[in-house]
Each structure stands twice: as structure tokens, then as C-alpha cells.
Design a protein around this ligand. Structure first.
Ligand code: ATR
Length: 271
């Protein structure tokens, strides 16, 4: 156990969540710290929403606490408590990591979008000059929409069960990235004439969920990408693969986020 190696010099990191039972970040970060010989430890910080501001004020005062990953349900509220936000945190209105800088600033940013783009790049997909169809306009969907536009996509259609959310997100992405043609729609998700379909909805997490998109209406070469990690092969990916579409799993997005968040918190995962 890495915790046995904690000394008075060990740097502390946290994962702020509520509850914390399900969080995997301590295992992921601590095994990397141990493997790489980094004198740091990540602890689960179980903070109830009503005491988030108080907890953050306390964490700011802990000199050897360098940063924290942030997850459900705190991503939006903690963004409001940050002194500074990175561009992605500002665009998305939510952060999944904070850093406590020496000047007393709590700096937050969001790595969902960047993690997704880097993960796809590692798997061999480049968004430059591509035409994208994204299903979903929730928290993860917001981050991914900005990120694909930033990565050089020529067009992006956002389709969401709640059409108004897709339209509002499309308008904001257009404003930030005017070179990308962005539209938001509701109704049935039909991704014709695109290079890739991205599922950012929760559909696929549970067995028996309906498919987020009608695969029968996709062009043959269209790639299908998922951000759900468990199960690794969602029904969408299984069926897309059976029909011959190139498929991309959700896991690399998490791996890349871990790398990016560690770097952001000032403790890069390098030996
Ligand atoms: P996350 O932070 O993981 O993105 P979220 O913000 O709750 O989670 O967003 C969930 C996304 O999945 C939304 O796009 C949601 O659609 P709505 O905006 O209409 O709620 C979508 N979603 C969840 N359940 C769905 C369902 N049964 N059918 C279609 N879309 C669904």
C-alpha cells in the first residue's frame, strides 16, 4: 500500500466527491505515484454539497495539499468557488480538477474534452477537417462539443433528447469557434453524411438501454465512438462493430484525463 510510505514530506492530493465509495481516482493515482516513485498520495475527500464552500476554504489553508480532482456532484459548484478558471472550465461551466497555487489562488479547469480528444488521437482518430455528429448535451457532452470544434472539426451536429439544451450548446460553441458549422437538434438522432458519431449520453450504461442512434441510417464508413467505460463494449459499439463501422472505446478518455489532471496539479506522471 502506498500510504505506508507517507512521510512528513509527502504531497497531498484529493478527489472531492459525495459519496466517495465509487471513486477510482485514489487507486489510479496512487498506483501511478508508487510505480513512478513519486512522493505523493491521493485521498478520497467526501464532502456534502451544503458544506462544499466550507471544505474548500479549509483545503486552501492546507499547505501541503497541492490539488484535487473533482467529481459528482461538485463539478459546477466548485467552478464558482475558483479564483481562476482555465478556458475549458470557463466554457463548460464546470471543473474536474483544482490546483492550490502558492499565491493563494484556487485554479480550476475541465479536462473532459481534452481527455477525449487526446484519447481519440492515441487511438488513431484526428478531428481536424472532420464532420461530427454528437448525441447528448449534458455535462460531458458540453465539454466534448467545445473540444471537437477546437480540434478543427468543420461541422458539428449536436442532437439531444431535450432539444433546447442542444440548441443552446450549439449557439455557445459557434460563438467560441466560428470556423466550425454547429447545429443543435432534438428528435431522432440520425447521423447521415458524417465521419464520426459520438455518444455522450448515459444510454448504454445499463443493459436494455435503447441505442442512442439509429445505426441503420449511418453511412458505411462512419466511425462510432463512446465515452462510457463500463461496460467496455456497449450495445452501440457491439452493433456498430458487427456492421463494420470503425469503433472507439471510452477508456482512453479516462487514461488521458488522469495524465492531464496530474500535469495540471503540478505532479506529472513521469518517472
Ligand atoms: P453527464 O455529466 O454524464 O454528461 P448529464 O449531464 O446528466 O450527465 O447528461 C446526460 C445526457 O444523457 C444528456 O444529454 C441527457 O439528455 P437530456 O439533456 O435530454 O436529459 C442524456 N440522456 C440521459 N438519459 C437519456 C435517455 N433515456 N434518452 C435520451 N437521452 C438521455
Amino acid at each position: 500500500m502506498p500510504t505506508l510510505n507517507i512521510t512528513g514530506k509527502t504531497d497531498l492530493y484529493g478527489i472531492i466527491a459525495h459519496p466517495t465509495d465509487h471513486v477510482r481516482a485514489p487507486m489510479v493515482f496512487n498506483s501511478a505515484y508508487e510505480r513512478l516513485g513519486i512522493d505523493a498520495v491521493m485521498l478520497p475527500l467526501n464532502v456534502a454539497p451544503e458544506t462544499l464552500a466550507m471544505a474548500v476554504a479549509g483545503l486552501r489553508a492546507v499547505i501541503n495539499l497541492k490539488g484535487a480532482a473533482v467529481t459528482v456532484p461538485h463539478k459546477v459548484e466548485i467552478a464558482k468557488l475558483c479564483d481562476r478558471l482555465g478556458d475549458n472550465g470557463r466554457r463548460v461551466g464546470a471543473v474536474n480538477a483544482v490546483r492550490f497555487d502558492r499565491d493563494g489562488c484556487m485554479y480550476g479547469d475541465n479536462f473532459d474534452g481534452q481527455g477525449y480528444i487526446s484519447g481519440m488521437k492515441a487511438a488513431g482518430f484526428d478531428f481536424a477537417d472532420k464532420s461530427i455528429f454528437q448525441v447528448g448535451a449534458g455535462g460531458a457532452g458540453r465539454a466534448i462539443a467545445f473540444a471537437v470544434a477546437q480540434a478543427g472539426a468543420t461541422s458539428l451536429t449536436i442532437s439531444n433528447r431535450t432539444a433546447t439544451k442542444a440548441e443552446a450548446l450549439a449557439a455557445r460553441v459557434r460563438k467560441e469557434f466560428p470556423d466550425c458549422v454547429v447545429t443543435g437538434t432534438g428528435g431522432e438522432a440520425v447521423g447521415k453524411g458524417v465521419d464520426i458519431v459520438i455518444n455522450t449520453t448515459l444510454l448504454g450504461l445499463h443493459e436494455g438501454d435503447q441505442l442512442p442512434i439509429d445505426l441503420g441510417r449511418l453511412d458505411p464508413g462512419t466511425a462510432v465512438s463512446e465515452i462510457i467505460m463500463v461496460p467496455e463494449q456497449t450495445a452501440l459499439l457491439k452493433q456498430a462493430k458487427a456492421k463494420g463501422h470503425p469503433i472507439y472505446f471510452g477508456r482512453p478518455m479516462l487514461d488521458e484525463q488522469v495524465r492531464l489532471i496530474a500535469e495540471f496539479m503540478g505532479c506529472p506522471l513521469t518517472g
